[in-house]
Design a protein around this ligand. Sequence first.
Ligand code: CO
Length: 291
Amino acid sequence: MNDEVFEKYRDAGRVAATILQDGARSIRVGASYRELVESIEARVGEEGAALAFPLNLSLNEDAAHDTASYGDERVFSRGDVAKLDLGVQIDGYIADTATTVDLGSNSLLLQASEQALESAIRSVRPGATAGGLGAAIQKEIESRGYRPISNLTGHGLDRYVLHRSPTIPNIGISGGVVLEEGMVFAIEPFASTGIGRVGEKPRREIYSLVSQRPVRTPAGRIVLEKIRERNGLPFARRWLGDKKLDIALPLLVRSQVLHVYPVLSDIPGALVSQHEHTVIVTPDGCVVTTR
Ligand code: CO
């Protein structure tokens, strides 16, 4: 990786870290969910960067992929466990980072994903395996009496690419990709009081373009025009700015022009925490871009 690319990853990471921490501090019981999402997203542009994906703000048993909808009227409640997952990009170079805010009394649950992340980061070096990182994550979470979410993973990053090799599991698997100097990836342990697996909810707020095939319906064409500058990175339904375009989305998903990211949840009543950092592998360990 050349110095210019390295610096773009570092800059994206610094912007993401600052905005995520400020956003987390501003969550209060009674505050508006939508206003928080919109203010954090707006701040990314003000800092001279762009969003790599819509701010994910997922509550309680929801682990990932929730974000504000048009006129979303939710407010934060006492007892909520809120995951903020922010992706910032500069010239396509992505920083992906997440933290959890506890509005109840779940400090041990938060500590589980946080310490799992720290343990995995300490394990990163050329020659280590992705499976070894997963084992470190699983150990920290299970030793506190929780379950790691086994079907969510960390992921490699590349220019305008949010998911590529290596996959970083949240459980110990044998082997996996051998880490090499210069690899860029996000590590994102989830700790749960539930079954440790997520399934899809009907709620669908986040999409991405996955095919260039022609679209014939007028609403579908307008959607594609509006998301053209995303370069394939995910967008929120809310960003289209016109509820009438919603009608195009299921059709574009069915014809495999768009990919949809449904809200992913553990069982009802479960609580899930998440912590995430982006790292670049160096000769003797790694640099964490998002601290
Ligand atoms: Co991620």
